[in-house]
Design a protein around this ligand. Structure first.
Ligand code: GLA
Ligand code: ZN
Length: 677
């Protein structure tokens, strides 16, 4: 594993994306911005990601002075810089001179110039031009004391099917499989006579060509991740070649499955992400849980504090509807990130641009330009709150539960053609399981199959269709040593090149769970079945729950059946089973159950196993998380309901932030309690 450079900040970072290149002709605005930043408690800005044509207006003619000056001026005013590299959007001259930098799509058509985030990551010309400018940024700006972090490119994503990428893909395959015979065997290419005679014949998937060879699709996605991570790594090396060895981050996106973010673990020193929940579309308590899961996913990448790199201080311009955040939500969202382990709450953007695509995206300073706006006021309040909470900087989140949410599994599962092409509820099932543990106030990591399960008390394993990285062994060891595993339908069906296991599933875990899967029924839209409790079941479940989408039919060998199907020809067959195995327990959920089912099952398991929870009673819509230092445990309590919430805390906890309102924590309010360890 690569050595990580430690990222340290002495305060909770508050600020965000700032594009001074758009304002170079307005020096008075640049001056005023600094005053406004100070007023709003802004202590960091991210610059440079979209500045390429201002930094290198013509090939080889660089102009970095304006950026150096702004970095220096901000620093003198107590504001740090996160320095971006500009590879997310290239200048026109570059695309004209080196057309190979333009991406080719799956139809094999090359893009025209325009937009952003659309370059070929293989192109030597692109890599070279990026190297030169990054190296110079490293030399001239990166070592300024105001620069605390290097932000490589912007929201990496997308794929290129150009001849250069095809060649790189073939090389990657050659290294992976050695011989074409081995590739044919692992990919099962004999199906429909698609056998290759040599690596030269392999092409990336295309809607005009090969698109149903699932192992090809899977390896192509892996290659795209590999190539993108390699590109990012080269950017880091360029900055270092310029003498700048500061910590590096990449800004990840919300539940993005175009890349397997876990493969970027070695490139980054601190994880960061851009959070744009559609607040007020669903009940806020649901949006909060969905966002929480993403925070936990990002934190779990390096298992240390992460950064909230972007969020909108009001609306976005790209969602269906530009919904304003209701009063209090800016702060609630910022502190939610902190509660989950973020050392920052940053916005896109500091100042709203005048023209082009994002002119109507929310900003801390809008076109009106004053401090007397609702958003500015709320941002300033948030700045004050972050200052008060400064002590939590760098503190850790320690989790007793983990949800295994695996990108490669997701790729294969959604690509598989059957058992339900109109929707495989992977994300939904993961969210339901996550929501159920969060409801208990248990800190939860969101990990993948490459991670270890050691140290957790509960492992929630939604639809692990594809077994890889020795996952089956990890699960059986985990249960054997006393862990509680809750695994669902459609488990252990295929290996890591998406070839189905022979001899029964969940593969190599039939003994641990005490059952074997026999069939799986896809349900039409609007079709439901139910689960009814078996009298005297060990969790004391006593009500009926509904299920939809997928119902698996299993044959139990030696597990307790806790719930059974309510109807259809499989009425009376198991829906929920449990087997004691070694020192632990292995639960199996056979159908796509409703949220309430998971919530109740988790509630009963937590009580039965006497697991330690941060608060005894947590009302619905109240989110509870803890961070800890060597001395203190900080318990964050946030109210995502519309009525104030009265919380009873334990005797040894002291009120530290908020929570002093007479009628309880208000709507979108946060209270933080402290107790000595
Ligand atoms: C992304 C990008 C930003 C900006 C915002 C708008 O997160 O990284 O540059 O476009 O979206 O919401
Ligand atoms: Zn390419």
């Amino acid at each position: 594993m690569a050595e990580h450079i430690k990222f340290k900040t002495d305060r909770l970072l508050h600020g965000g994306d700032y594009n001074p290149e758009q304002w170079l002709a307005y020096p008075e605005i640049l001056e005023k911005d600094i005053e406004l930043f100070k007023k709003a408690g802004i202590n960091v800005v991210t610059m440079g990601m979209f500045s390429w044509s201002a930094l290198e207006p013509e090939e080889g003619k660089y102009n970095l002075e304006w950026l150096s000056e702004i970095v220096e001026r901000l620093y003198r005013n107590g504001i740090y810089t996160i320095l971006g590299t500009p590879s997310g959007a290239r200048p026109k001259w570059l695309a004209e001179k080196y057309p190979q930098v333009l991406r080719v799509d799956g139809q094999r058509r090359r893009d025209l110039f325009g937009g952003r985030h659309n370059h070929c990551y293989t192109s030597p010309a692109y890599r070279e031009k990026v190297w030169q400018i990054d190296k110079l940024l490293g030399e001239e700006i990166g070592n300024h004391p105001g620069v605390i972090l290097l932000h490589i490119s912007n929201e990496f994503g997308g794929e290129c099917h150009c001849p250069l990428c095809q060649e790189a893909f073939r090389q990657w395959l050659k290294e992976k499989y050695g011989t074409i015979e081995e590739l044919n065997r692992r990919w099962n290419t004999i199906f429909w006579s698609h056998t290759y005679q040599s690596f030269d014949q392999v092409e990336s998937p295309s809607p005009r060509g090969e698109s149903m060879l699932h192992a090809l699709n899977l390896d192509w996605k892996r290659f795209v991740t590999h190539q993108t991570a390699d590109f990012a790594e080269k950017e880091k090396e360029a900055l270092q070649a310029g003498g700048c060895y500061k910590p590096v981050t990449l800004n990840f996106m919300d539940d993005f499955d175009g890349l397997n973010y876990r493969k970027f673990k070695d490139v980054i020193d601190v994880a960061s992400w851009d959070s744009y929940p559609e607040w007020h579309r669903k009940p806020e308590k649901i949006t909060a849980v969905e966002t929480a899961m993403q925070h936990d996913f990002m934190r779990s990448l390096l298992k240390k504090p992460f950064l909230l790199m972007e969020s909108s201080p009001s609306s976005t311009n790209w969602q269906d509807v530009s919904k304003l955040r209701k009063p209090g939500v800016i702060q609630a969202a910022a502190l939610q990130a902190v509660a989950h382990g973020s050392d920052s709450a940053l916005y896109f953007q500091m100042r709203q641009s005048r023209g082009a695509s994002e002119k109507f995206h929310g900003a801390v300073i809008d076109h009106y330009g004053g401090a007397d706006t609702r958003v500015f006021r709320e941002v300033s309040e948030t700045g004050k709150a972050l200052e008060l909470l400064r002590e939590v900087v760098g503190t850790q989140v320690s989790s007793s539960a983990a949800v295994v949410y695996d990108t490669e599994n997701r790729w294969a599962l959604l690509d598989s053609q059957g058992p339900r092409n109109i929707g495989m509820p992977y994300r939904e099932t993961s969210q339901k399981m996550y929501g159920a543990v969060r409801r208990q106030g248990l800190n939860t990591d969101v990990i993948d199959m490459e991670d270890s399960l050691e140290g957790y008390k509960i492992a929630l394993i939604p639809m692990p269709y594809l077994f890889r990285a020795g996952f089956e062994e990890k699960v059986s060891r985990f249960v054997e040593q006393g862990g509680i595993a809750i695994m669902t339908f459609w488990s252990g069906v295929a290996d890591d090149t998406d070839s189905c296991f022979l001899g029964g599933t969940p593969w190599k875990l039939m003994d641990v769970f005490g059952l074997c899967s026999m069939e799986i029924d896809g349900l039409y839209e609007g079709e439901f079945n139910g689960a009814v409790p078996v009298q005297g079941n060990s969790l004391g479940l006593n009500r009926k729950y509904s299920c939809k989408n997928l119902c698996e039919l299993v044959k139990v060998s030696d597990a307790e059946v806790l719930m059974e199907y309510e109807k259809d020809f499989y009425q009376g067959m198991p829906v929920l089973t449990c087997k004691k195995y070694g020192k632990g327990k292995a639960y199996y959920v056979c159908a796509d159950m409703e949220q309430e089912f998971y919530t109740d099952v988790l509630d009963r398991i937590v009580r039965q196993e006497n697991l330690e929870v941060p608060l005894k009673t947590i009302p619905e819509g109240i989110e509870v998380c803890t961070r800890e230092s060597s001395e203190w445990i900080y318990t964050f309590v946030q109210n995502f309901n519309h009525q104030p919430a009265k919380i009873s805390i334990e005797e040894n906890m002291e009120r530290w932030f908020g929570g002093d309102e007479d009628d309880g924590i208000p709507e979108y309010g946060t209270a933080v309690y402290r107790k000595r360890k």
